[in-house]
Every structure is written in C-alpha cells, then in structure tokens.
Design a binder for this molecule. Structure first.
Ligand code: AMP
Ligand code: ZN
Ligand code: FE
Ligand code: FE
Length: 288
C-alpha cells in the first residue's frame, strides 16, 4: 500500500506553528500533513488561535481536514496542566479576552526572565526572541532558549532549560495561569470541546495520569489525549479504558513543534505514534 494511502487512516490532533513556539507556518503544517497523507490535523498553538484561519484555508486547498484548536496552560487542583480546546470559535469574546490575558502574562514573565538573565551576565534584547517575526506571535521559553543558543550562551536549547529556564532554575519566572475550571468554561462558551493534554507528560504533578483525569473530569472535561508521542502503549490503553468508562472523547497527537523539538515528527511523533482517524471524526462530531 502506498505510504499516503496507509496514513489516510491516521490523524495528528496536536500541532504547533510559528504563531506560538513551533517553527513551521500553518500553511507548511497542512502541506506536510498532505505529503504524509494524514486524514485530519488540528492546529493547537499555545494561547493563540491566530494561525487557525490560514490553516483552514490551506486545508480546503489540499483536501486535508483541519480542526481549529488551542492549547492553554492552566492550574488544575493538582497543579499546572495543559488543556486542549477543539472546535472553538475564534470570534468568542470570553475566550479571546482570556487568551489576551494569558499572553500579557507571558510578556510580563518574559521581561522578568530577561532581567534575571541580564543580572547573570547573559543579556538578550526583546527583539531577539521573535525570530519568525509573525504578527502577534506568542513568545515562550523556547524562544528565549533559542536566542541564548544563537548568542553562544549555551550549547543547546536543553542546556538553556536545565540551567536557566526550567521551574526553579536560575532565571525562571512564573506567569499567570487561569484555573482549569475557568478555561473549560471559556472553551465551552466558544462552542468547543475541552481535552486534557498529555496526562502522562505533566511535570510537577504528583498524581498518576489516570488519577489526574479523575480530578479534572468533574470540571466538565470532555476528553483526554490518550495517544501522545511520549505515552507508552500501556498508558494509552489505560487512558482509552478510562475514556470509555466515563464517556469521554479520546484524542491524540504528536505535539510537533518543527525544529524547536527536532526529535518529534509530524504524524508519527518519535516514530511509533499512530492516531486513528476515527478519533478526529468523533471530535468533529462532538464540537459541531
Ligand atoms: P512556556 O510556554 O513559555 O512555559 O514554555 C513551555 C514550552 O517549553 C513547552 O513547549 C515545552 O515543551 C518547552 N520545553 C520545556 N522544557 C524544555 C526543554 N528542556 N527543551 C526544549 N523545550 C522545552
Ligand atoms: Zn510548545
Ligand atoms: Fe503541552
Ligand atoms: Fe503542545
């Protein structure tokens, strides 16, 4: 079977573009999905839906089903987690206001990090962070890590995170995060579906992935990202069973970021990821 025909049975519902901390444009993401032959994708940039319109247009041109999405960093009762919002209207005012507030919190935090770095003898200009110069780009720590690498302050982006940028590291600063309950409410008001992102890959969470699902579920959670680049087959199966038991939607994706995370590839993650296309159909049905 030709590669593209085989991949039409699969989708990737977790992608970042250069509108946040990925490096591909929304158009490039759609074209790469088309080349691979994926049946559907979702654009899920951090805290912005600025790339969604472009991805939808390109999806129509190439016959790739594109789902509008966003990934929000929120505070759950168990600690910081990520929520995916799918099928949200980009016109929803409460969601737009919330994203604006979160992005303002990022800008304040980035300024604090740059101050700390300057005090550590590693000054960076604000202008060095927005490498792709996209209007309204959401700037995160990966942009700071890349700028530090380009300046020769560190030998790798990972070193930048380990020594300076990860939680409690030398130049770390926290930022505003809404609660998970608030964010789920905004996603619902925008007509969307709220999904717990990568429960097996939440740093600073003391409970197990399945316990985390049970903790966020009463806040009117709609689904769980069961398939994920760094989930084991066993964890995916446990999460799928939990979804079945509680009538939650199952989703899955790679968390592709382009060259920000070169080890993660679109559609296949670290190589073995395959997300069944039926999950995309169910998601589209639920958010329609
Ligand atoms: P922020 O949104 O600014 O809090 O930054 C979070 C982003 O940094 C996420 O996309 C993470 O995957 C990424 N990140 C966290 N740790 C590392 C690391 N060691 N190397 C590269 N990226 C990382
Ligand atoms: Zn990211
Ligand atoms: Fe995430
Ligand atoms: Fe992500």
């Amino acid at each position: 079977m030709p590669l593209s025909q085989e991949f039409s049975k699969f989708c990737d519902l977790h992608l970042h573009s250069h509108c946040s901390d990925g490096t591909d444009s929304p158009t490039e993401l759609v074209r790469k999905a088309k080349v691979l032959g994926l049946g559907a994708i979702a654009l899920t940039d951090h805290d912005t839906m600025n790339g969604v319109a472009e991805a939808l247009v390109e999806g129509k041109v190439h016959g790739v089903k594109v789902i509008a999405g966003v990934e929000l960093s929120v505070e759950s009762p168990s600690g910081p987690i990520h929520l995916l919002g799918y099928g949200c209207s980009t016109e929803s005012q409460p969601l737009r206001d919330a994203m604006e507030r979160i992005v303002r919190g990022r800008d304040e935090r980035n300024a604090l990090i740059l101050e700390k770095l300057a005090r550590l003898g590693k000054p960076l200009m604000r202008e060095e962070l927005a490498v792709s110069a996209v209007d309204g780009e959401v700037i995160g720590r990966p942009h700071i890590a890349r700028a530090m690498l380009e300046r020769g302050y560190v030998k790798s982006m990972d070193e930048a995170f380990q020594v300076y940028l990860k939680r409690n590291a030398k130049a770390y600063a926290d930022r505003y995060r809404p609660t998970s309950a608030e964010a789920i409410e905004w996603i619902h008001r925008a007509g969307g579906v709220a999904v717990l992102a990568h429960p097996g890959f939440c740093k600073h969470i003391a409970v197990s992935p399945v316990e985390l699902v049970d903790i966020v579920r009463p806040e009117r959670l709609d689904g769980v990202e069961c398939y994920y680049t760094y989930h084991t087959v066993e964890l995916t199966e446990r999460l799928l069973a939990r979804c079945k038991k509680h009538s939650l939607l199952a989703t899955g994706g790679s968390d592709y970021h382009g060259s920000t995370k070169p080890q993660v590839q679109l559609g296949i993650g670290a190589g073995r990821l395959r997300v069944p296309i039926e999950l995309a159909y169910a998601l589209i049905g639920a958010s329609a």
